[in-house]
Unconditional design. Structure first.
Length: 145
């Protein structure tokens, strides 16, 4: 069964993945800054780097990757591979961040769940997984020009 070729096969999916990456970056900044404001972390150069670097990775690296893959009719292998790595890493963040929910005894314990990356990384994990699989399929089925 042949897959129909389109000029922009995954535009909406790529845009959604980029938005999920931005959500992850913004949530990281908000949560890590809030932890410092309530006294659970100190404002130091190391803490500032911990706030800024992951947010830049999400905003400058991951979001454009989603846009590139979403707008490419036959994506380069490196972009598909980077999207796969992003999917694996965000799944790891999701699992690590959602593990505290397994031991939560009361609803009040679940509020701590939002201090980790789990709920913010999960949308990116799902979207980058689907985007990677679709881009890889497109790469295999669309002939080179």
């Amino acid at each position: 069964m042949a897959i129909a070729h389109t000029d922009t096969p995954h535009r909406g999916l790529g845009t959604a993945a980029a938005g999920a990456a931005m959500l992850l970056g913004i949530a990281h900044v908000v949560v890590t800054t809030a932890l410092a404001l309530v006294g659970r972390a100190e404002f130091t150069p190391a803490h500032l780097a911990w706030v800024v670097v992951p947010a830049l990775i999400c905003g400058v690296g991951l979001a454009p990757l989603g846009l590139i893959l979403g707008r490419s009719s036959r994506p380069a292998a490196i972009w598909v591979a980077l999207s796969g790595v992003t999917a694996v890493l965000t799944w790891g963040l999701s699992v690590i961040g959602l593990l505290p929910a397994l031991g939560a005894g009361s609803p009040a314990d679940l509020w701590g769940l939002f201090a980790g990356p789990g709920p913010y990384a999960l949308p990116a994990a799902v979207l980058y997984t689907v985007l990677t699989l679709r881009a890889a399929r497109t790469r295999r089925t669309v002939p080179r020009v």
